[in-house]
Write a protein that binds this ligand. Structure first.
Ligand code: PHE
Length: 416
């Protein structure tokens, strides 16, 4: 008898994918609604994104293992939706892979330069080498197997958790009530107008949905296991985001976010601004390490989803040749793009949000509606009936509204 992979492994794949670049931008994008508002936005987004992940599972279970979006959407919603969905999935996964290679490549370059340089002998390997090394090393795990990704992601997340608690532990110790409550702050006193604008970045930070079909295969269609790992994985992400909000928004006053916002939420700008309020010498180093682990584990999760998606769509088998072909189509385009345009991280995350709303919120709800009509019996059904379908579509529409509102400057913009 084959033994089941552990629950922990699946939860790690989910949490590893979710916790990533989106999270690093959360405190800045929620500066307008500030701490309590951000808790509400985070909880709402967590609930909706977890539920939509479960909806993908429900629809997926009507199809053979390994069937991913392409198969399921085409059958349930038709060719038109499948085209829209396929384009938005590919767009999000590819552009995130690109974003991870640019930022992960930059950090790799920095670390290797530091390691190989000695007094009087400065080594500069360059951004291209950094990106190539980062991408090739991680891509090898994906090419090898899902199990290898699971193992390595677990190691990365362990490192990430340690770095996270070391850095935010220091920050949480110095949280000040008046900063957190913004009670003696000068400047802008309104919060509510900025609630909508906080949604899309939070949506990106709870994105893991490309991995649901992979998990169905991984747990050999054991629905209970997949549900548990989606719940556990997304709860871990939620917990980490709340602590992160507390660490940042409890130290850096709301009125001081201006320079960070001016730099599009750049993480080093954030650390610099924080530096005026606490001692960030070692915290800065550990936070950089944390960001690196977060980016690497998201890279693994996202490209695993993309890899399975491509293999399913182009009918590549699980042989060495099949996997090599899928790997080339997965990694080569974003790698080449990142070598040509090495600095496009934040712009990429922005576009990812809009496209992700479509396939990670709206399409899952439509899939469940269609599959409940088509199949009378389901091995698994998401709670909440038709109301939940409506609730998730509303969430998606609010996000699209927020994105468009920001694009066309129709929403009030918090500038610190
Ligand atoms: N949650 C990931 C991004 C992501 C979005 C959608 C699907 C998969 C991953 C991050 O914050 O980095």
């Amino acid at each position: 008898m084959k033994t089941q992979p552990s629950l922990f492994g699946g939860a790690m794949i989910i949490a590893g994918t979710a916790v990533g670049a989106g999270m690093l931008a959360n405190p800045t994008s929620t500066a307008g609604v500030w701490f309590f508002g951000s808790l509400i936005v985070l909880l709402y987004t967590w609930f909706c994104m977890t539920t939509s992940g479960l909806m993908i599972l429900e629809a997926n279970l009507h199809y053979p293992s390994g069937a991913s979006f392409d198969t399921v959407v085409k059958d349930l919603l038709g060719r038109g939706w499948n085209l829209v969905n396929g384009l938005s999935v590919a767009f999000v996964l590819y552009i995130l892979t690109y974003a991870y290679i640019t930022s992960g490549g930059g950090i790799t370059e920095g670390i290797l330069n530091q390691l190989m340089s000695s007094d009087g002998n400065e080594v500069q390997i360059g951004r291209t080498a950094g990106s190539l090394i980062f991408c090739i090393v991680l891509a090898t795990f994906v090419w090898f197997s899902t199990k290898a990704v699971d193992r390595f992601t677990t190691v990365l997340i362990a490192g990430m958790v340690v770095a996270f608690f070391l850095s935010t532990g220091g920050l949480i110790g110095s949280v000040k009530g008046e900063v957190l409550l913004n009670s003696i702050a000068p400047g802008e006193q309104r919060y509510l107008p900025y609630a909508l604008a906080a949604l899309p970045v939070c949506l990106v930070s709870f994105g893991f949905h490309g991995n649901v079909p992979s998990l169905v295969k991984y747990y050999q269609r054991d629905a209970r296991r997949v549900v548990q790992s989606i719940l556990l994985g997304s709860l871990i992400a939620l917990l980490i985001y709340i602590l992160w909000q507390l660490a940042v928004q409890g130290n850096l006053p709301r009125s001081e976010f201006a320079p960070v916002i001016a730099k599009d939420g750049d993480i080093s700008a954030l650390l610099q601004a924080l530096g005026k309020y606490i001692q960030t010498g070692y915290i800065g180093e550990v936070l950089r390490f944390f960001a690196y682990m977060a980016i690497a584990s998201s890279f693994l999760g996202v490209t695993l989803g993309l890899f399975d998606y491509i293999a399913d769509m182009l009918n590549f088998d699980d042989s060495r040749t099949g996997r090599t072909k899928a790997a080339l189509i997965t990694f080569l385009p974003p790698l080449l793009l990142s070598l040509k345009f090495p600095f496009g991280f934040l712009i990429a995350i922005g576009y990812a949000g809009l496209a992700a709303t479509l396939w990670a919120a709206i399409v899952p709800a439509l899939l469940v509606r269609a599959s409940r009509r088509k199949f009378k019996d389901s091995p698994y059904q998401v709670f909440g009936g038709n109301f939940m379908i409506f609730f998730i579509i509303l969430f998606g529409l609010l996000n699209i509204l927020a994105q468009l509102g920001m694009q066309f400057d129709l929403l009030p913009k918090f500038t610190g």
